[in-house]
Design a protein around this ligand. Sequence first.
Ligand code: ADP
Length: 248
Amino acid sequence: MDPLSQITLLTAENRKLKEENQLKSDFLSMIVHQLRTPLSATKWIFKMMLDGDLGKISDEQHNIIHRGFESNEQMIRMLAEISHANHMNEWKLAFTLAPMDISDCIESAIGAFAGEAKLKNIRFVFQKHDHLPLVMADKEKICLVVQNLIENALKYNKPNGTVTINSEIFKTSLIISITDTGIGIPIDAQKNIFGKFFRAANAKEADKGTGLGLFVGKEIIEGHHGTIWFESTEGIGTTFFFSLPLAK
Ligand code: ADP
């Protein structure tokens, strides 16, 4: 085949692949959207029961309904992760940077997971600095990263464990660390941990997950010219770190 025909053929194949990719992405968006509605309805039914709006419930009933509520919340978060991974390419072009206080994300994630932490008897340790410098970031996206790291620290923790969140300034960056006392990441799994859909064997035994949170998190942090990394010992615990540029 002559070079011109080859180029024409490759261009047509490329267009076809792009169209197929778009179809898959639209299909996934549609599924996520359709599943979200019944999950939200279930959430509010659980919430009404927990708040006593449908009549008084015993402590035992409260505990069981609370577990149902938390599982439903987990499914909502997993769907959100699938949706974020699906839209990652569009996102990367659309970060809205502004000076932000990362403590807000940390506090709201701790608040969101307080119920689940109580069920596993896990303690959060976070000392908010009065004058933590602001970082230059897209708040909504960075809060997603913080939420995922705190969720993992809780999900892969052991009963009666702790999740400790610290911050420190290094040169022109702020470094946040999230340390847990959980199952840790096996050595052979460590090199794959930020890969799409990757889940270590010990994590699959411990809890449900999509294997997308860290993939999305790495894209978001690196899209902000930051870095994300971890240190982990199997059976002892894990610390995830990420850095973000300080606002000028
Ligand atoms: P998910 O938690 O949904 O499986 P993530 O992308 O957030 O997906 O994490 C990918 C994998 O990294 C997990 O399945 C688990 O194997 C490992 N992992 C992440 N955080 C921790 C942690 N704090 N402790 C132990 N393993 C972890």
